[in-house]
Design a protein. Structure first.
Length: 526
């Protein structure tokens, strides 16, 4: 063993610095090293939206290729020094590519993580398509991956292509299509009612990770949706969904095996609940959330159609009831926050033995809970009742709510504070955001998909807020057909987006401003 070690790794062994085969071994090692580093840079071009990191990798790769020649050119007359310098440069470049670049890659996520609470400081950022696409793609570089997808491509070099609405682009080598990881199809910006199939012809179908349809007054979900097998996030925003069927445009396990989240906000469904979400869904799907929609009823067979998930939510809508079967869903959180529900007899029909980790009825005009849950074995771990009109709690809440009933801003808590009769598992202070409190971040989504044409509306409101004259209002609204002005401090705004009416609702009340939506777009918030 000692002799074998000496023959290989001693000073004059096969891999030693004074070996007669040093040059041959060095060249072979350089070829292997440059090949693996080339693969790393190639893969980074597909996965890294951060251009400067790609630039660093390519710069280091080029430096490694030319450093050997430079060392031989300048130190060729002193072989010993040449070998030491060549090996030292190799060590530095390899550490830079394998350690320094990786450190730069993961540092933002380490800084954003809160160790004591075991979660990210800003959880809502995972609703941002660009952020989640970047996180998932970049972390593929940080962890072990397969070499199967690496090989020489004979594809023609793509011409410079700008994809309208692309918010995060990668720059793969030898690609023949535009590589966009986060795409927003804004129908208003494209001057169309619904996206066309041709809008997706130039896209690299493997690169797209997040897709959003926004501001579409007559959305027909395109069949191109089936082509994006690496899709992680699907958002619909401020649109009227005319067709999302069970056919070629549905979300399915076979077409979208990596899908994590479906989010729908400020949208209308004239045809009822979309069939496109009632097919066999991918097991990777963790969250389906609807917020501010006109859905008046939910399908009664969701537990049979949907697999266990982390979050199922229908929030800030117009639901006055829900099917009892909803409570049979295998979900960590079921949220009906902000609807118009006054009674919940469905609780009495819960399946025997059902335990729900989280059920939220916050901000509903809820008047009472049923006298029983149907079975003593039915349990809620957490029950959200904040902002409801409950004055009393039935006896089952003492034993069948295992942790906490959140009841901030309710008549019950007002009375309990006055009489000192608060139930032990009731929390009357507002629930902390870090207390596993999952709600759809509507304000952040509004900010993500706000369109540039809303600025004229904002100008008009700024003028109104400052109690400006009619002349000043006209000046702000110049060249804008979106705003029609009336005397003094009252303006009638024909908002292009439903979100305007919601975002500016407080100003509407304070300054006597009437907000209306153009007839061809959905009116969600009044």
């Amino acid at each position: 063993m000692t002799q074998a070690w000496a023959r290989l790794f001693s000073k004059r062994g096969l891999f030693g610095v004074e070996s007669e085969h040093f040059l041959t071994v060095f060249v072979l090692r350089e070829m292997l090293e440059v090949s693996t580093q080339t693969y790393q840079a190639y893969r980074s071009s597909h996965l890294l939206p951060r251009v400067w990191l790609n630039t660093i990798l390519v710069t280091l790769l080029v430096a490694n290729c030319w450093s050997t020649l430079a060392v031989q050119q300048f130190l060729g007359k002193t072989p010993a020094l040449e070998r030491v310098v060549a090996l030292s440069l190799d060590v530095v470049i390899c550490i830079a590519m394998a350690v320094v670049v990786l450190t730069l890659l993961v540092t933002p996520y380490v800084v954003a993580f809160d160790v004591p609470s075991h979660q990210f400081k800003d959880r809502d950022q995972f609703y941002e398509p660009v952020y989640i696409a970047t996180v998932v793609l970049e972390n593929q570089l940080a962890f072990v991956s397969s070499f199967v997808d690496f090989g020489a491509k004979a594809a023609k070099q793509a011409q410079s292509t700008t994809v309208i609405g692309c918010r995060a682009a990668t720059r793969p080598w030898l690609g023949s299509h535009a590589s966009c990881s986060s795409l927003v199809i804004d129908c208003h910006a494209r001057n169309t009612d619904s996206p066309a199939e041709s809008d997706f012809t130039d896209l690299d179908v493997k690169a797209l990770a997040t897709l959003t349809f926004a501001h579409c007054p007559a959305l027909h979900v395109p069949s191109a949706l089936q082509r994006f097998g690496n899709l992680l996030v699907l958002h619909l925003y401020n649109s009227t969904v005319m067709e999302w069927g069970a056919g070629a445009n549905a979300v399915s396990a076979s077409a979208h095996p990596r899908l994590l989240m479906v989010g729908v906000a400020r949208s209308r469904f004239p045809e009822g609940f979309p069939e496109g979400l009632l097919q066999t869904l991918p097991l990777s799907l963790l969250s389906i959330q609807f917020c501010v929609t006109d859905l008046t009823a939910l399908p009664g067979d969701l537990p049979m159609r949907w697999h266990p998930m982390a979050v199922v939510a229908f929030e800030k809508g117009v639901l006055t009831e829900f099917p009892a079967s909803l409570l049979a869903l295998q979900a960590y959180t079921i949220s009906l926050n902000g609807n118009q529900i006054e009674t919940v007899p469905q609780m009495a029909a819960m399946p025997v033995g059902q335990i729900l980790p989280e059920f939220t009825l916050d901000d509903n005009p809820l008047l009472e809970l049923p006298p029983a849950l149907g079975s003593p074995t039915n349990m809620f771990v957490r029950l959200g009742l904040q902002g409801t009109k409950l004055t009393v709690l039935p006896e089952w809440t003492q034993t069948q709510i295992l942790l906490t009933a959140y009841m901030h801003d309710t008549p019950y808590c007002t009375n309990a504070e006055a009489t000192g009769s608060q139930q032990r598992n009731v929390q009357c202070i507002e629930r902390a955001a870090t207390d596993l409190n999952v709600h759809f971040p509507l304000e952040r989504i509004d900010a993500l998909y706000a369109s540039t044409f809303e600025t004229s509306v904002a100008f008009a409101f700024v003028a109104v807020e400052r109690r400006s004259s009619r002349k000043e209002l006209d000046k702000h609204a110049e060249n804008s057909e979106a705003v029609q002005l009336t005397p003094k401090e009252t303006a009638k705004l024909y908002c292009y987006q439903a979100s305007d009416a919601h975002t500016l609702r407080d100003l509407v009340a304070e300054y006597d401003v009437t907000v209306e939506l153009r007839p061809n777009l959905p009116e969600i918030m009044q």
